[in-house]
Design a protein around this ligand. Structure first.
Ligand code: OVM
Length: 401
């Protein structure tokens, strides 16, 4: 469409989406950004942002215009060196992305991971039995962290030693998508040893036979990847596979403690568990944002974005856009929440989502069998992160069935 500067407006905001104030309570800011316009200029960082469902979705499905190879954080890999070698799936475009994605799509397909269900269900029941017997526990350390930290590294085929490095590494990865602020500095203070440990676990020699990690190396033998690329994809498992589900489970516990009637509805109809997890992801998105970088000038809803510009996509704001959802600020496990942007969409849509669903369904099913209600025994404490939304501590007491 032909247009000139005179017809193009540029909504502007002075907000810092990575300030503590914003991260503590992002929802009023999300609303302001959605209402400011379809695309908004963020003065503080000299970048664009989109917070409405339609625009976020359209950008995610147009990888030719909104690329990932310049990084999916604030930092532009074409202008400053990345803090670690770029991911060959997350921070890549076709054709490299197409090849690496095909391998992980196969390894993580619902059919392929069905064989994990028995183990995931058993581990969930063991853990929930122990926690219910205790009555009081921390929903984060004792459940939301403990469960993924057991079942996911086991599924990948990691040895037991050193798993305490996984959460610090995840914190580093997800904070590094934001600016070099205090959260980034704190997360990367001990980067060296943590990064070294992670890389030492990404080799063929470190992985158990037959598990998800070694299945990536099987793709080397089939000629689909190089040995080095296989190690980099194991690194992607260890980067993306833990914190996301930890924050997702924590947010689920928080939602059911805050909205007890929703837990009652779920317990009375366990068929709702699958949809309830989607509603948690919509309502309290563990992954709040990702960036893209434009590959050419583009006009979006009457606003012109130049070539090579960073665009902050507000997945969590799209999830509460009243243009898309009825009563967006209501947590309702009976709603059809699919269409939320928390897993992204398009060619980079979460490749591990079947594993995330398996973990959460195992935990929620085990809880539904044994827990009548959750009570907070203290104020939940937030853990701030440049990308993730979740908690440091959720002090809980459960009332057994
Ligand atoms: C990766 C990676 C890291 C963080 C997140 C992610 C949400 C992927 O290293 O490939 O996907």
């Amino acid at each position: 469409m032909a247009s000139d500067q005179a017809t193009l407006s540029r909504p502007v905001s002075t907000v810092d989406p990575f300030s503590h104030e914003f991260l503590r309570d992002p929802y009023p800011h999300h609303e302001a950004l959605r209402e400011a316009g379809p695309v908004v200029w963020l003065e503080k960082y000299g970048i664009w942002t989109m917070a409405r469902h339609q625009e976020v979705r359209d950008a995610l499905t147009d990888w030719q215009t909104y690329c990932s190879s310049a990084g999916v954080g604030l930092s532009d890999f074409r202008k400053e060196p990345p803090w670690r070698p770029p991911s060959i799936i997350l921070e890549a475009d076709p054709p490299l992305h197409t090849r690496t994605r095909a391998v992980l799509t196969r390894i993580l397909s619902p059919a392929a991971i069905k064989i994990l269900r028995e183990t995931f269900d058993r581990e969930a029941e063991l853990l929930i039995d122990r926690l219910v017997d205790r009555r009081e526990f921390d929903g984060i350390a004792d459940l939301a962290e403990a469960y993924p930290l057991k079942v996911f590294p086991d599924a990948v085929g990691l040895s037991e030693d050193g798993r305490e490095n996984l959460l610090p590494y995840g914190s580093m990865v997800f904070n590094s998508f934001g600016p070099r602020n205090d959260l980034f500095d704190k997360a990367t203070a001990n980067a060296g040893p943590v990064r070294d440990w992670i890389m030492s676990k990404c080799s063929r020699a470190a992985l158990a036979p037959g598990r998800l990690g070694m299945q990536i190396f099987d793709a080397v033998d089939a000629g689909e990847l190089t040995e080095n690329e296989a190690g980099m994809l194991v690194r992607s498992f260890l980067s993306a596979g833990i914190d996301t589900t930890v924050y997702g489970l924590g947010n689920a516990l928080y939602c059911f403690a805050a909205y007890p009637e929703q837990w009652t509805i779920l317990r009375e109809n366990p068929a709702l568990i699958r949809g309830a997890f989607e509603e948690v992801l919509r309502f309290e998105a563990p992954v709040q944002t990702f960036f893209r970088t434009t590959t050419k000038a583009v006009e979006v809803s009457g606003v012109r974005i130049g070539d090579g510009e960073k665009v902050l996509l507000f997945l969590a704001a799209a999830n509460r856009d009243p243009r898309r959802w009825d009563k967006p600020d209501t947590f309702d496990v009976r709603r059809r929440a699919t269409g939320h942007m928390t897993f992204g969409t398009g060619i980079h849509g979460c490749v591990g989502q079947a594993v995330a669903r398996l973990e959460t369904e195992a935990i929620l099913t085990a809880l539904a069998k044994r827990v009548a209600s959750f009570e907070l025994t203290g104020e939940p404490e937030r853990r701030l992160n440049n990308t993730l939304r979740g908690f440091d501590r959720i002090p809980l007491r459960v009332v057994p069935v």
